[in-house]
Design a protein around this ligand. Structure first.
Ligand code: SF4
Length: 251
């Protein structure tokens, strides 16, 4: 594996980060600090390196990506740039997207939407599919549970919609935080009034990242909180479907 200060983990054979079998590169650094984050180690900014040659870094990562070409071809998969927040490292991200396109490798960028609009719109031109999280509509709740304002996330999604960019919306279903009826109703109203998107993937909270908080000496806000019940997940699915959305559980 060739992890480095920009990409803290490379996961092969992933089936949760876009279509088919994928290699997922987790970028270091995220401006948000979601209470339910499964990758809390990703939140710190990457260490500064002294003028490291970005072309060389990208070339090393491309070598890793290309090892699994056969799986991408057979499954309709490809590579996903996740994190952390890949929009925080545009120079590396642009290089990788350009090289994947040259080699006809399908690409996804998994983003919180909290990034510079110019960078996001440039990414939209280079990527095959954007995986975009919509978590909370209420400004106060968004700040409380992610640390940042929601305005940029919503505005960026409107801009993608105006460009008819290929977007897969993802709604993390987090008990006691995002799962309130009012939040979901307001998300539905926003999407219907301000965007073209009518498909949504529900991502139910799971406790996979739990052990990391202790080892990083970070507060685990999810301690003792159980994943949503099957009934709750189906109720939320129904809430979106009855408003005309096509819903997938997972991915
Ligand atoms: S946006 Fe993703 S990586 Fe960043 S803190 Fe939230 S869950 Fe973690």
């Amino acid at each position: 594996m060739l992890e480095n200060s920009y990409v803290f983990k490379i996961q092969r054979y992933s089936i949760h980060d876009g279509p088919g079998i994928r290699t997922t590169l987790f970028f270091q650094g995220c401006p948000l600090s979601c209470h339910w984050c499964h990758n809390p180690e990703s939140q710190a900014k990457p260490l500064k390196t002294n003028g490291e040659d970005m072309d060389r870094v990208a070339a090393g990562l491309m070598e890793e990506i290309e090892k699994d070409l056969i799986f991408y071809d057979d499954s309709g998969g490809g590579v996903t740039f996740s994190g952390g927040e890949p929009l925080c490292q545009p120079q590396l991200l642009f290089r990788l997207l350009d090289q994947c396109r040259e080699k006809e490798i399908h690409t996804c960028v998994d983003t919180s939407g909290y990034g510079d609009a110019k960078i996001l719109l440039k990414v939209a031109k280079k990527v095959d599919l954007i995986l975009y999280d919509i978590k909370l509509i209420d400004e106060k709740a968004h700040k409380q549970y992610t640390g940042k304002s929601v305005a940029r996330v919503l505005d960026n999604l409107k801009q993608l919609s105006n460009q008819t960019a290929a977007v897969r919306l993802r709604f993390p279903l987090i008990p006691e935080m995002t799962d309130k009826d009012e939040n979901i109703d307001r998300i539905i109203v926003f999407l219907k009034e301000d965007t073209i998107y009518r498909d949504i993937h529900i991502l139910p909270f799971h406790r996979a990242g739990e052990g990391k908080y202790q080892s990083l000496s970070m507060k685990n806000y999810m301690e003792g909180i159980q994943p949503p019940s099957k009934k709750k997940v189906l109720n939320v699915k129904e809430q979106f479907e009855s408003s005309g959305f096509s819903v997938t559980i997972g991915g």
